[in-house]
Design a protein around this ligand. Structure first.
Ligand code: COA
Length: 388
């Protein structure tokens, strides 16, 4: 396989936005091309991660729609759908195509428009990424799924919701320095205590919001990376794994086995270990998910992720900075865009372009993107430089 590098990265702001799906996806794509110093005619294929535009905005067949909007001349354009991991899976698919030697320069976009529907409709559309027949149709929505995980984690390891507060406060704080973030609002334990309960023990501030947004990356064969404007970021490794959609079929609720498997595959391919990671963007769709992710990725032993969050080990200047972007919690979670947005943030971090949220000296970064309750897990490891 050929080595792959990222030479362009961009995001739109995430949030409740005026722009349409098409405008957001195209804006991210154009900005990534500009970042790379590439032209539309340089692009040989488009991979678009998107979860459910058919139900959110009544538009399927979105990959050629976005390719045409960007003026990409008759490229193969393919949508990849894997729930909230659609962006991460689109990225891996694009990497495989470049690594196989099929294309030299490809564009990856993640996009979603979720705010055109009501919260109730959006909740149902999202719940369709769980096992509808056996769980969602009888009332188990995603806040409920992660609430069950939080209770299982508290029960097994003896924690209270203090650990969730620590994640929410940190991620809202980190997002203050991110111009792309949906929320620019510092929060306190009192704010959380006063906030509405969504699914016990999860309150408003434990949930990622409903968001619109898009992100994009330009991927190239690493040996051609020097033709582009920005310093390259290497794709060191990636791994993907799957699990049951239904929660009742899982042996335990305090870990996502597919995340562990995806991480092991990515570490093996990259030839690095958890201790080598300088910064990570993890899928904190709910605060408990961040704590479980830090254990599944091997940063902390099982049961120690909660204590680490409380001790500040995951803050921007901590032992392992987690979600300097603000994470899904405060940066926002336009589901199909999220995986690509995490990687764009890592590119900014590894190039030293992350402004006030820069993690000093970051050379190796990891993204953890999950679909549903972890039925799809994608882990990607990036490193500064072209490796030559
Ligand atoms: N975190 C922090 N603040 C939030 C928020 C969140 N997740 N969601 C909404 N808000 C804020 C809004 O900005 C608004 O603030 P304002 O009054 O100052 O303007 C206020 O809360 C009310 O917003 P509203 O849009 O009416 O909230 P809602 O009750 O319709 O939706 C949730 C709140 C938590 C139900 C919704 O964000 C949600 O469903 N989140 C989970 C999404 C999800 O499941 N994603 C997939 C994960 S697998």
């Amino acid at each position: 396989m050929r080595a792959v590098a990222i030479v362009g990265a961009a995001e739109t702001k995430f949030g409740k936005l005026e722009q349409s799906y098409r405008e957001l996806a195209a804006a991210a794509g154009r900005a990534a091309l500009a970042d790379a110093g590439a032209r539309p005619e340089d692009i040989q294929a488009l991979f678009l991660g998107s979860y459910s535009p058919g139900t959110f905005i009544h538009q399927e067949h979105v990959a050629p729609l976005v390719a045409a909007e960007l003026g990409l001349p008759h490229v193969p354009a393919t949508r990849v759908e894997n729930a909230c991991a659609s962006g991460g899976s689109a990225f891996i698919t694009a990497c495989l195509a470049v690594a196989a030697g099929l294309y030299d320069v490809v564009l990856v976009i993640g996009a979603e428009k979720m705010t055109a529907t009501s919260t109730e409709e959006t909740t149902q559309i999202l719940a369709e990424a769980a096992d509808w027949e056996r769980e969602s149709a009888i009332g188990l929505t995603f806040p409920g799924v992660f609430a069950l995980m939080a209770h299982a984690y508290f029960y097994r390891y003896g924690y209270t919701r203090d650990i969730l507060d620590a994640v929410a406060i940190k991620n809202h704080q980190n997002a203050l320095a991110n111009p792309y973030a949906q929320f620019h609002k510092a929060i306190t334990r009192d704010d959380i205590a006063r906030s509405p309960l969504v699914a016990d023990p999860l309150t408003l501030y434990d949930c990622s919001p409903i968001s619109d947004g898009a992100a994009a990356l330009v991927l190239v064969a690493a040996d051609a990376a020097h033709h582009f404007a920005k310093p390259p970021v290497r794709v060191l490794g990636f791994g993907q794994a799957s699990d049951s959609l239904a929660l009742f079929e899982r042996a335990e609720l305090t870990t996502l086995p597919a995340a562990r498997e995806a991480a092991n595959r990515a570490y093996r391919m990259a030839g690095v270990s958890p201790q080598d990671i300088d910064v990570a963007e993890v899928h904190d769709c709910f605060t408990i998910a961040e704590i479980i992710a830090t254990e599944d990725l091997g940063f902390f032993a099982p049961g120690e992720g909660g204590a680490a969050a409380l001790a500040g080990a995951t803050s921007r200047d901590g032992q392992i900075p987690i979600n300097p972007s603000g994470g899904l919690k405060a940066k926002g979670h336009p589901v199909g865009a999220t995986g690509v947005g995490q990687l764009a943030e890592l590119v900014f971090q590894l190039r030293g372009d992350a402004g006030d949220r820069q993690v000093e000296g970051a050379e190796v970064g990891l993204a953890h993107n999950i679909g549903g309750s972890g039925a799809t897990c994608v882990v990607t490891i990036l490193a500064k430089g072209d490796g030559r």
